[in-house]
Ligand binder design. Structure first.
Ligand SMILES: [Zn+2]
Ligand SMILES: [Zn+2]
Length: 64
């Protein structure tokens, strides 16, 4: 899933002119695994957005 988070840390304090709602720090996309909720690199898998470890868990293992 994608969540947009407000990461504006008071741009004005940093000497930047925060432009309020249009501040690019206010809508920073974060990608979270649909299964475990970890913020990680995600892959489209079976219609869900999953991190690699969740995908591995879904793949059938060949017993050795
Ligand atoms: Zn800002
Ligand atoms: Zn995961």
């Amino acid at each position: 899933m994608v969540k947009y988070e407000d990461e504006c840390v008071g741009c004005t304090d940093l000497g930047l002119h925060c432009i309020g709602g249009a501040c690019r720090n206010r809508n920073v996309p974060h990608f979270y695994c649909d299964k475990c909720g970890e913020e990680d690199e995600l892959y489209e898998f079976e219609g869900e957005q999953l991190c690699i470890s969740c995908i591995e868990n879904r793949l059938p293992k060949v017993a050795v």
